[in-house]
Design a binder for this molecule. Structure first.
Ligand code: NAP
Length: 328
């Protein structure tokens, strides 16, 4: 029986352990598609799952990886033909279903998006969950009236996968972007992606009163905790804050003042199960009018499956930046 390599995560009598295993190649059941995975990428939750430091998997063992891009190897669904380029992110991948850190992935056809013109599997892999999440945040802000005249957009965790994507997409759309980063050595890189200015994480530290001077037209926040609270105090009237992440903490201590006196909005973003029509719309934007002019610049590193464990450690320690691609 043909096999394929996969980075598989276990939780059993030996505790958490993960590594590369050879798995038997599956045959898709009716409604499923078997993808030959070309590219995946490392997201924060992949690092939590792969190290066992976060409760990401609902069942064990599972192949890790929230992203997969490649071509259809075998289709048991009428909408997909062999050889078609497809991308899948989120849904059940690395929650209750095998993920994309593998040579093959068999999943329901409804989870797939045909890769639009303007992208190929590698470029779709560069975007991955990070790009789709940044696109979701931008979409929600635009629908809620965000426009450049409201003021600069603050992006926190700016050197991370989602943050860097948000910087690049917002700059492409004509917004002035203020990037908050704990990595001053990446200032030139963030400027190259489109940031108008790069601020240290402590830039908002003095914002302690319920309403401070309004500085930001909007914000894309990957950090949560005290930084998100500071953003609520400094957001301009009518501004939108897209809440994405919690690398700095999951609590939020603020007041209702920014919401009832400035009409600010806190927009929740969950990219895991974006409804299918919106998912296709966002991928079409990423392939065309929202695509950063230098997408390759978002890639900091490309690794094979063997290279995943050290990348997980680096990511959780805040030492990675941009997108770490996984070549299968
Ligand atoms: N809601 C969703 O659908 C969704 C989707 C994807 C990701 N997320 C979440 O979004 C966050 C970012 O994910 P990612 O994949 O982009 O991760 P990532 O690549 O590791 O980026 C996180 C960035 O946050 C900054 N950071 C790290 N530790 C910090 C701390 N203690 N305080 C302040 N800033 C810190 C760092 O940027 P600087 O050094 O530049 O400050 C780091 O590069 C995670 O919490 C993830 O779980 C949510």
């Amino acid at each position: 029986m043909p096999t394929y390599p996969a980075f598989r995560i276990h939780q059993d009598a030996q505790g958490h352990h993960a590594g590369i295993e050879q798995l038997p190649r599956p045959t898709p059941a009716a409604g499923e598609v078997l993808i030959r995975v070309g590219w995946s990428g490392v997201n924060y939750k992949d690092a939590l799952a792969g190290t066992g430091r976060g409760k990401i998997l609902r069942t064990f063992p599972l192949v890790g990886g929230a992203d997969a891009a490649g071509v259809v190897e075998q289709s048991a669904h009428p909408c997909y033909q062999n050889g078609e380029a497809v991308v899948v992110t989120g849904w059940g991948l690395t929650h209750d279903h095998d993920g994309g850190f593998a040579g093959y992935l068999c999943c329901p056809a409804e989870w797939l998006v045909p890769i639009p013109d303007g992208l190929d599997p590698r470029r779709a892999g560069i975007f991955g969950t990070a790009g789709l999440t940044a696109a979701l945040a931008v979409h929600r802000m635009l629908v809620n009236g965000q426009e450049p005249g409201l003021g600069p957009i603050l992006v926190t965790g700016a050197s991370g996968g989602v943050g860097a994507m948000a910087v690049a997409i917002l700059a492409r759309l004509g917004f002035s972007v203020s990037a908050v980063s704990g990595k001053p050595e990446l200032t030139d890189w963030l400027r190259h992606l489109g940031a108008a200015e790069v601020l240290p994480r402590e830039a908002l530290a003095g914002a302690t009163r319920p309403l401070e001077k309004a500085r930001w037209g909007g914000a894309v926040d990957n950090v949560g905790g005290e930084l998100l609270a500071q953003i609520t105090r400094t957001i301009a009237p009518g501004g939108n804050i897209a809440a994405i992440g919690l690398v700095g903490g999951h609590e939020l201590h603020t007041t209702v003042m920014p919401f009832i006196l400035r009409g600010a909005s806190l927009l929740g973003c969950n990219s895991v199960d974006i409804p299918y029509p919106l998912r296709r719309t966002l991928w079409n934007h990423l392939a065309s009018d929202w695509q950063p002019p230098d997408l390759e610049a978002l890639v900091s590193e490309t690794v094979a499956l063997e290279g995943l464990p050290p990348v997980f450690e680096d990511m959780l320690a805040g030492r990675t930046h941009g997108r770490v691609l996984v070549a299968l």
